[in-house]
Design a protein around this ligand. Sequence first.
Ligand SMILES: NC(=O)c1ccc[n+]([C@@H]2O[C@H](COP(=O)([O-])OP(=O)(O)OC[C@H]3O[C@@H](n4cnc5c(N)ncnc54)[C@H](O)[C@@H]3O)[C@@H](O)[C@H]2O)c1
Length: 342
Amino acid sequence: MTDFLRVALIGCGLISDDHIRAYAAHADRAKITVCYDIDAEKAKSRAAKLNAHVAASLHVAASLEDILADPNVDALEVCTPPHLHPEICIAAARAGKHVLCQKPLARTVAECDAMIAAAHAAGTVLFYGETNRTLPSALEARRVMDAGRIGQFVGIQARFAYWQGGEILNTAWRYDPAVAGGGQLLDSGIHALALLNTLGGPVESVSCYTHRFRPEMGGEDTTAVAVQFAGGAVGSLFSSQAVGTWVPGPLLTVSGTEGALTLGGGAALTLHRPDLPDRSEVLLADDGNQFAAMIGAYLNAVLRGAENLSPGEAGRQDLQLVLAAYQSANEKCQVLLAETAP
Ligand SMILES: NC(=O)c1ccc[n+]([C@@H]2O[C@H](COP(=O)([O-])OP(=O)(O)OC[C@H]3O[C@@H](n4cnc5c(N)ncnc54)[C@H](O)[C@@H]3O)[C@@H](O)[C@H]2O)c1
């Protein structure tokens, strides 16, 4: 087991900035040494910009094949549009490289299975790059629930609704469900579903309604999802890209028979109980840099053999829930996850 990870960044678009800043926060354990983008100019300008800002000493590779064959690359950071995730991640595993792959892991459950199988066969780490799977407040909330501080788990209510204008919607692939794999629920709402799975999962059944208010979106832009967890607790998510503004307030509330937890809305994590002074207590003020937390967890898994907190299986679980929700909306029925086809 190595004690330093040399990482190749694949896809130098919008989200790659966050990954490079996150690696800069772990400079003692890892470094992005090379980047590649199908758009060579984009790769060059990103490398130059980031070299200037974080002294990353990035250089640009001519092809993905060069990176896969490079013995000085230990791992790939996959930040391309979703339709490319399976091919790149499977090729990386076969070349003996670890992978952190941005969400969504893929567009189908069968693709997820192939990615997971390739990593298992190669003995490499496949880490699902969903920041909410390693969010400090979510992990702490889970510990607080397991310690019984909100009593018996009753349900979760989540809201992930705002108009992400500007740069994020200038990426053409987001308007094309064939590339993106779906609409807003898969592109953005999946962050909230990852929290539902982390805190309440596994989900047994789902019902969903969708609508498109903004004609420029390729898939749906607004969704209401209702789930039932194993054990009986229930959950709901209102997710939208059509809402004109971000509404202050918690992203998510977890309710129990003796108390509740809120994520966001003033503090990262707050416990609410009738017996607390002021009926509430801030357990975590701030989540800090969520990408740095994610990369830290990834490096712990790769370099120290720690538990993988966000394995490929977690990506499969989140995707399966999104696809089951779409099936429910399309077929106008409740969908049991155990009965969904890969
Ligand atoms: N965690 C988050 O909050 C978050 C936010 C935004 C995006 N994402 C995810 O990150 C991924 C990328 O999204 P983005 O917003 O950065 O998109 P983007 O379009 O800005 O960047 C994608 C980059 O991939 C490049 N690319 C396309 N085909 C390629 C290929 N064959 N080989 C190498 N590079 C190729 C493009 O040229 C582009 O530079 C998506 O999976 C998206 O869902 C996550």
